[in-house]
Design a protein around this ligand. Structure first.
Ligand SMILES: Nc1ncnc2c1ncn2[C@@H]1O[C@H](COP(=O)(O)OP(=O)(O)O)[C@@H](O)[C@H]1O
Ligand SMILES: [Mg+2]
Length: 272
């Protein structure tokens, strides 16, 4: 199962990704993929060191861009070039099996070069890439690499990928969304977040994704209002505003908190 965690900046995407990963890792192998180049705290929430950017595997953004231009010039938005030499025939469930321009063979979780993964128990953390220097250029290659990586990954029934996405809807524009089974839209109690949730719903429908809402930072007195503002049949979880969580992220500490609502969210995803 590939799950994208989406939403407005600050709505709690990384928080929900980290908590859900920890919960799911009690049963499954979980790969958390950090695709938000402005995320700097996700690894600490998982109790891990920061992974090396996968972009480095391709010689950094410049090297990646060269590869992007090389065999097929269709570049951004183009599907991974249709097979050159025939892939290794992964019999996975992914409908798109064309050979990638970037990966020589298909990867399982265990094939990911260890240099680019931080591991703790059943949790693996990877990062696509970060902006390191002033004037580095736009984040488009990250979107392309995210998509290529996900398309090239074969999962077993015991594997889950949770993608902590960048804020906003741009990745839908780039077509990254089509690679996910489920989109979790984290909605915090704000007008912007509610507006954006509708946009996600629309785009998810267009892309053929299952879209669910995770209402986050919900205090008792606004719960009813929030539940009314979204399609309640799509609400996968309602997570309270939790001081412990807030303080842990302020201090850059690992999340040791177990929330009942996250347990329910994991069950919901397993059964829906
Ligand atoms: N349920 C919650 N209760 C309290 N604080 C939360 C909760 N969810 C997120 N936060 C806080 O909100 C801020 C933004 O969360 P974060 O997960 O970094 O958002 P995003 O990844 O969407 O930008 C952080 O300070 C985080 O601690
Ligand atoms: Mg984040």
């Amino acid at each position: 199962m590939k799950i994208a965690v989406c939403g407005k900046g600050g709505s709690g995407k990384s928080t929900v990704s980290a908590l859900l990963a920890k919960q799911m890792a009690k049963k499954k192998n979980v790969l958390v993929l950090d695709t938000d180049e402005s995320n700097y705290g996700l690894h600490t929430q998982l109790g891990l060191a920061a992974p090396k950017d996968l972009m480095e595997y391709f010689g950094g953004k410049q090297g990646f861009k060269q590869k992007q231009r090389a065999p097929k010039t269709s570049a951004i938005g183009g599907l991974g070039g249709p097979g050159s030499s025939g892939g290794s025939g992964g019999s996975g469930s992914a409908p798109q099996q064309q050979q990638s321009r970037f990966f020589e063979e298909r990867w399982k979780l265990s094939d990911i070069p260890s240099e680019f993964v931080e591991v703790s128990g059943k949790i693996r953390l990877m990062a696509i890439g970060k902006i390191h220097e002033f004037g580095e250029g736009c984040a488009c290659p990250m979107g392309v690499l995210t998509r290529e990586f996900l398309e090239n990954l074969d999962l077993s029934a015991d594997d889950i990928v949770i993608v902590d996405t960048e804020a906003g809807v741009e990745h839908f524009g780039r077509g990254v969304a089509k690679d996910f089974d489920t989109i979790l839209v984290v909605v915090d109690p704000s007008y912007e977040s509610l507006k954006l949730s509708r946009k996600f719903e629309e785009l998810g429908d267009q892309a053929g994704n299952r879209v669910f809402f995770v209402l986050n930072k919900v205090e008792e007195d606004i719960m009813a209002e929030l539940l009314e503002a979204v399609d309640s049949s799509k609400v996968a979880a309602v997570i309270p505003a939790d001081r412990g969580l807030f303080k842990a992220s302020l201090k850059g500490e690992e999340f040791e908190i177990e929330l009942e609502e996250i347990v329910k969210l994991e069950e919901f995803l397993e059964n829906n």
